[in-house]
Every structure is written in structure tokens, then in C-alpha cells.
Design a protein around this ligand. Structure first.
Ligand code: SAM
Length: 284
């Protein structure tokens, strides 16, 4: 473990990506507080939000706005400053770049050869995974789905076959419709609605997607929400008749060994068994 740098030392020039609490200010790490205290300037989404955090640790630092609406214009100036100053990047809550601005700032800082350091910490997606009680060995963070029904259905369709737990951000008013669309597109999987994580009314409600959609239909919840959805169930074993049909078709184009290999790959079946079956089908 590296011991923290003494507070009096100036920070090396560069970019410091600082995670901040997602509700409970006590979750600001000592290292994050130290970096914010010593940064020459802090790039912030909303200066009122970050001013509250700085007040909490008893400091004042110069802030510059960096958000979706001014990022293009602000970025070159921030990149230039990183050559000689320590620029910290925070978002309103949690980890910058995660459904928040910052990736292009990191990209350009890297292209300019600047020193880049991350100060990891709270992230609602990861915190929700720890609460949901669903598999965590593979997960896909899908951020906010589109709000319009058709675009949302298309986005759900794109991720339906992925064999991983899904993690989504959503707002209270849209929660029920989103859960119903997920049930429609993914099947009625187990899920968890986690809400107000690290705050006073933190909760995780579990159930199937349709159960949860019904629960929130007439009572949209308040506060901030992460939906976690279980991976798809095991795929049913391939139907031997389908594999036979595929083999017959493949044999019209390919020699026996290649046809068996292609179908084995497509159906997840044993290549040797398919080779034998292919010979049978050809009457050899
Ligand atoms: N960068 C943040 C992070 O690391 O989690 C996420 C920013 S994104 C703009 C905001 C969304 O994150 C909220 O709409 C909500 O879906 C989720 N979120 C943030 N804080 C949360 C909390 N305390 N509990 C549940 N969800 C939260």
C-alpha cells in the first residue's frame, strides 16, 4: 500500500479524476478530500453541488463548469492548464465518466501526454450490484435507456441475449414503464430496484420484472434509482432436428468435415458426433 502524500506537498500537474459520494457525504475518501484540497482548479458539473461538498470538508477551491452543454468549448482550456496545474474532475455524484461527462477530457489529456490519476470511490451501478443479490461475475452497465418506447425496445433487444447481469439507471416517473419494457424484451427475469443508495431511505426491492412493474405502476418512487436484472436462463438444448436440417443444408455447400464443424459451432454440439451424423446423412 502507498501511504498518502503529505498535505503540504503541491500536486503534480495533470488530471485527477475524483469520485465523490452518491448521497452520504461520509463516503468521500480521505484521498479524494486531499486531492480536492490541493487541486489548483476543479472542473465541476454544477458549482452549487460541488460547493456543498467542499463546504463539508471545510475548503474553497476555484471551480470551472464542465458539463454536457459546454464541454466542447471548455475542454481545450482545461487540457492546456493540465500542463502546469493540477486539474481535478468531479461530477455531481459518484464516479465521473459513468453516465457523466469526462471521457473526452481523459482522452484528450492522454493524447496530450498529461499525467492522469484516478481517485476511485462511490458508483451507484456498483453499489446497486452489491445490494441486488444477483450474479456479479459478469455484468453489463447499460446506463439510461432511451425514454421513447420504440428506441427503448430496440435498445433492450440489443442486450437481450447477453449472458450477464444488467445494470441500468432510471428515474422514478419512468420506472414502471421501463420495467414493463424490460419484461417484454427480456422475458420475466428476476430483478432488483435499488433506490436512494447510501441515503436515509435506501432500499432494494426484489422480484420478477412484471411484479416490480406492477408494484410501481401507480406509485412511482421518489429519489434515485438503479435497476439490476438477472442474466438470461440457460438456453434450452438445441433441437436435434434443427441441427440435422442445418447439416443437410451445410452439406450442399461444404465437404463433410467442414459442414460438421460449422454446425457444431453454430449449435454448440460435438463436432465428431456431427461428422458421424453427416456421413450417415450422405449414406456413406
Ligand atoms: N456518476 C454517477 C455514478 O457513479 O453512479 C452516476 C451519474 S448519473 C447522471 C445519475 C444516476 O445515477 C441517477 O439518475 C440514478 O439512476 C443513479 N444514482 C446516483 N446516485 C444514486 C443513489 N444514491 N441511489 C441510486 N441510484 C443513484
Amino acid at each position: 500500500m502507498t501511504s498518502p502524500v503529505a498535505i503540504s506537498e503541491p500536486l503534480e500537474a495533470g488530471l485527477y479524476i475524483v469520485a465523490t459520494p452518491i448521497g452520504n457525504l461520509a463516503d468521500l475518501s480521505p484521498r479524494a478530500a486531499d486531492i480536492l484540497t490541493r487541486a489548483d482548479v476543479i472542473a465541476v458539473e454544477d458549482s452549487r453541488v460541488t460547493a456543498g461538498l467542499l463546504r463539508h470538508i471545510g475548503i474553497k477551491r476555484p471551480m470551472l463548469p464542465y458539463h454536457d452543454h459546454n464541454a466542447e468549448g471548455m475542454r481545450p482550456g482545461l487540457i492546456a492548464r493540465m500542463a502546469s496545474e493540477a486539474v481535478a474532475l468531479v461530477s455531481d455524484a459518484g464516479t465521473p465518466l459513468i453516465s457523466d461527462p469526462g471521457y473526452k477530457l481523459v482522452r484528450d489529456a492522454r493524447a496530450a501526454g498529461h499525467h492522469i490519476v484516478t481517485i476511485p470511490g462511490p458508483c451507484a451501478a456498483v453499489a446497486a450490484l452489491t445490494l441486488a443479490g444477483l450474479p456479479t461475475d459478469r455484468f453489463l452497465f447499460a446506463g439510461f435507456l432511451p425514454s421513447k418506447a420504440h428506441a427503448r425496445a430496440v435498445a433492450i433487444d440489443e442486450i437481450a441475449a447477453i449472458r450477464a447481469t444488467l445494470v441500468l439507471y432510471e428515474s422514478g416517473p419512468r420506472l414502471s414503464a421501463c420495467l414493463a419494457a424490460l419484461a417484454e424484451g427480456l422475458g420475466d427475469r428476476d430483478a432488483a430496484v435499488t433506490r436512494e443508495i447510501t441515503k436515509r431511505y435506501e432500499e432494494a426491492v426484489t422480484g420478477t420484472l412484471t411484479h416490480l412493474a406492477a408494484r410501481y405502476a401507480d406509485a412511482p418512487p421518489k429519489g434515485e434509482i438503479v435497476i439490476v436484472v438477472a442474466p438470461p436462463g440457460e438456453a434450452p438444448p438445441p433441437d436435434p432436428q434443427d441441427a440435422d436440417a442445418a447439416l443437410v443444408e451445410a452439406l450442399t455447400r461444404l465437404p463433410v468435415a467442414k459442414a460438421a464443424g460449422e454446425v457444431a459451432k453454430a449449435f454448440g454440439l460435438d463436432r465428431k458426433a456431427l461428422y458421424a451424423r453427416a456421413l450417415e446423412l450422405k449414406g456413406e
